[in-house]
Design a binder for this molecule. Structure first.
Ligand code: AMP
Length: 400
């Protein structure tokens, strides 16, 4: 399952960074509210690498994406609030430029002194980024002497700033990326059984492919959140106004068939907490999974499902969990996610890997810091792809 060990990655400590221009790809794709960073976990996770580079006297040039601007400059997705927050966390100024290439960037870099930090603009403002265009990778490479990738959350995307540029400069893995690869590899080298994969969230399209990668390796899939309704529709049930990905109904049917052949159980919710719409304070009720009334939508696991999922978690030895099991940002539709998080925390017999910001936040809200039986990964899609055994090109290229 794991595709290598952190020890195989080229290490930051072996890279000569003193007085060098070091381009660091970070994952600063953080949530914003009123143009301020509303959760700075991802910035904090990058601090060990950044502090190391500062102490070593590197000229630190940071580059990240933010949201999905699709190759266009959008004011609301500029990196300015991130520069501000990062500066407070580092306790030193972080200069921000409004582009990723061109004369203004070159002159800002020329003015950098050892130990100073510069943040480039949102790299996805450039169409060449997601297309991994060689010309754009070249423009990025011209900014620096060496390249460090510390963006594990984006390690499943071979883009110009995560992959193309690594081919053009001496490069190494940052401390965060190295830790993720080491921990995820170790944790699942010989997973103890029963092995459960819990899938939630809204977009099943992101996840069905990776779920297939786990066939033959896991004992049970527990499917909750918005993802469950496409499975229920595949059974031919009506699901009211609940979110369904109609295009994927056939794909899900095929997946369930393959899972059966591979002796993996697909466990779906038996009941839901329902409401006419998703908003705070809305009227709510409960319904069995095959009797969601017209005009209502399933927004969280129901009590029978919570009981069933908790029992399965208590019997498990290894769990991989990605995606909230309800619309957890809007209480009371957070109950299922919280109940499962709490049960994992109370189950010392198991080892759980939690991927994705939403799911990690649910564990954090359950109130335990650094629980020993849980590894919280900074990735969502990247974590699932890595654990499912896919080759992640931005990681491959950093290997010896
Ligand atoms: P994803 O990015 O696919 O992991 O989706 C995360 C989002 O799924 C969160 O914002 C949740 O509020 C949302 N979500 C989870 N369960 C449901 C549901 N039953 N109906 C609508 N949205 C949901």
């Amino acid at each position: 399952m794991p595709q290598g060990d952190g020890a195989m990655l080229r290490r930051l400590e072996n890279l000569d960074v003193h007085n060098k221009r070091v381009l660091v790809r970070v994952d600063f794709n953080v949530p914003l509210k009123d143009r301020k960073v509303s959760n700075d976990n991802r910035l904090r996770e990058s601090l060990p690498t950044l502090r190391y580079l500062i102490v070593q006297g590197a000229k630190v040039i940071l580059v990240s994406h933010l949201g999905r601007p699709d190759g266009k400059f959008l004011d609301e997705l500029r990196m300015n609030p991130i520069a501000e927050r990062l500066s407070a966390l580092l306790g030193k100024p972080v200069r921000k430029v409004d582009e990723c290439a061109g004369p203004s960037v070159h002159s800002a870099i020329a003015a950098l002194k050892p130990g100073e930090v510069l943040l480039l603009e949102n790299v996805r403002f450039y169409p060449g980024e997601e297309k991994n265009e060689e010309a754009f990778a070249q423009q990025l490479a011209e900014l620096a002497d060496v390249y460090v990738n510390d963006a594990f959350g984006t390690a499943h995307r071979a883009h110009a700033s995560t992959y193309g540029v690594a081919k053009l400069l001496p490069s190494a893995a940052g401390f965060l990326l190295e830790r993720e690869v080491t921990m995820l590899s170790r944790a699942t080298l010989n997973p103890a059984r029963p092995f459960l994969v819990i899938i939630g969230g809204a977009k099943i399209s992101d996840k069905i492919g990776v779920m297939k990668d786990f066939l033959g390796k896991v004992d049970q899939f527990l499917v909750g959140g918005g993802s469950a309704f496409t499975f229920l529709r595949a059974k031919g049930w009506s699901v009211g106004k609940s979110i369904v990905d109609e295009k994927l109904v056939d794909g899900v049917k095929q997946f369930v068939k393959e899972a059966y052949q591979q002796k993996a159980e697909v466990i779906l919710p038996q009941d839901f907490k329902i409401a006419p719409e998703l908003k705070p304070g809305v009227e709510r009720g409960f319904a069995p999974a095959d009797k969601i009334p017209e005009g209502w939508m399933g927004l969280d696991l129901g009590p029978e499902t919570i009981k069933d999922f908790r029992r399965r978690v208590r019997e498990a030895k290894t769990i991989v969990w990605s995606g909230p099991l309800g619309a957890f940002e809007t209480p009371p539709f957070d109950e299922g996610t919280r109940a499962i998080a709490q049960t994992i925390l109370e189950s010392p017999q198991l080892f759980a890997i939690i991927g994705g910001g939403d799911t990690a936040a649910a564990i954090e809200q359950a109130g335990i810091k650094n629980p020993p039986n849980i590894y919280i990964s900074t990735g969502g899609g990247a974590t699932l792809e890595f654990l499912g055994g896919r080759t992640l090109q931005p990681i491959e290229i950093l290997k010896m």
